[in-house]
Write a protein that binds this ligand. Sequence first.
Ligand code: DQA
Length: 147
Amino acid sequence: MGKILLLNGPNLNRLGKREPEVYGHETLKDVEEQVRQLVETKHFHLDAKQSNHEGELIDWIHAAEGEYAGIIFNPGAYTHTSIAIRDAISSVTVPVIEVHISNVHKRESFRHISMLAPVCAGQIVGLGTTGYQLAATYLLEEKEQKG
Ligand code: DQA
């Protein structure tokens, strides 16, 4: 059975409680469940992980090589700072879709830059938690078309 990895970075464990006016009321568990249900309709399996630690995220990206059809990744604030995560994504062939719940381009200028976007297959920004499902739909369709 094909597998998809859903990765969330720092502070996303606080989803639902954290700045709900920016990130909404759904919890990370809600989001993971929605994506899981979606991928299971295509007979894929979802593994969902969250970490507040850069090195742990890097280890999971390395370990994804050869294991997953793709990674749906909200890197949180590491998006804007982490050359190490960028290098980790570059070091694997598994496609990574960068997802942001909020429209980072409407926010502080330091959120306008992504260190990671140039090495990701694509980026989904500002569509709320639906962005995770759109990323899953893309990865499933790619897998269906390209095998
Ligand atoms: C975020 C946007 C980042 O700028 C921020 O640091 C986050 C969440 C988003 O989902 O909108 O933690 O990635």
